[in-house]
Design a binder for this molecule. Structure first.
Ligand code: LP5
Ligand code: MN
Length: 257
């Protein structure tokens, strides 16, 4: 049996992933994701996708082979009885109810409190924690306007691709001038969100800085923030069971992934 089929303890686990940035061009990562879904997630208690699964999701009307394949992987998983939850990221904020219906995944809001084997945790993509990145947050507010998404979703696919390409280029240019500090989370925002939800555990992605941060909040509470890793050079998974929360990686270039 491949070693990654179950957690190291052999106990059932809840799995978290984010920032895979899948596209038709990321062949190896797509393969790793497929193997993960079929061999590992299939045995989990639940799978949580915390945003940026896609490099960019243009809309639920995407009928490309790539989009069909990814939808099929989720459908297979949920048909098998594995509950699957999806938090939208800044690259897949256009995932909608049609995607949810076709795949069986449950779309979650920006911040959700979950029960993780008796421990409460707030889960989110993580972009909203970067409060110093005011330019991005202004952009986010604009593209999340329901009326604008309603209009965009009804445009022809070719026009949508053109618009997205232009805006992505513009965004890439502005990102070059941003410091790493601006693009990281703001500690006070992290604490405010955790206190507001009454939790001592936060799990998010987005910053691509995988780590487990233990800290004492300004109101003297012990807290933990786990940051998921991206899938650029390896598969990155947070595996949770009743005892442990472990950030793990999977090789891209092996039969295991
Ligand atoms: O994901 P990552 O780490 O690369 O960067 C993010 C932020 N960038 C984005 C950019 C989006 O992915 C681009 C998506 C295009 C969407 C098109 C939608 C079409 C309309 C839909 C209407 C419903 O999310 C980046 C953050 C970074 O995370 C770290 O937190 O800094 O933010 C940006 O770079 C955004 C810029 O700060 C602001 C964007 C200005 C865009 C200017 C476009 C001008 C061109 C107009 C041409 C018509
Ligand atoms: Mn992101």
């Amino acid at each position: 049996m491949a070693p990654f089929l179950f957690s190291s303890t052999g106990i059932m686990t809840t799995l978290f992933i984010s920032d895979l940035h899948l596209s038709p061009n990321t062949t190896e990562i797509n393969h790793c994701f497929t193997q993960f879904m079929r061999n590992e997630a299939i045995h989990a208690d639940a799978l949580y996708v915390l945003g940026d699964l896609f490099d960019f999701w243009i809309g639920d009307d995407d009928r490309s082979e790539f989009a069909q394949q990814i939808r099929a992987e989720f459908k297979q998983l949920t048909n098998h009885g594995v509950p699957c939850f999806f938090v939208k990221g800044n690259r897949d904020f256009l995932v909608g109810q049609r995607f949810a219906k076709q795949t069986g995944v449950t779309l979650l809001g920006d911040e959700t409190v979950i029960d993780l084997y008796g421990r409460k945790a707030v889960i989110l993509h993580g972009d909203t924690l970067c409060t110093e990145d005011t330019q991005y947050l202004a952009f986010r507010a604009k593209v999340n306007q329901p009326w604008l998404q309603w209009v965009f979703n009804r445009l022809p696919m070719t026009l949508k691709r053109k618009i997205v390409g232009k805006i992505q280029q513009g965004a890439r240019d502005t990102k070059k001038s941003k410091s790493l500090t601006i693009m990281d989370v703001t500690q006070s925002e992290v604490e405010d969100v955790m206190i507001a939800h009454g939790v001592d555990l936060m799990i998010h992605g987005h910053t691509h800085r995988p780590n487990t941060h233990h800290f004492t909040s300004s109101n003297n509470q012990s807290m933990t923030r786990i940051v998921l890793g991206d899938w650029y050079d390896q598969g990155s998974i947070l595996c949770c069971d009743t005892e442990n929360l472990t950030l793990e990686t999977r090789p891209l270039h092996s039969n295991e992934c």
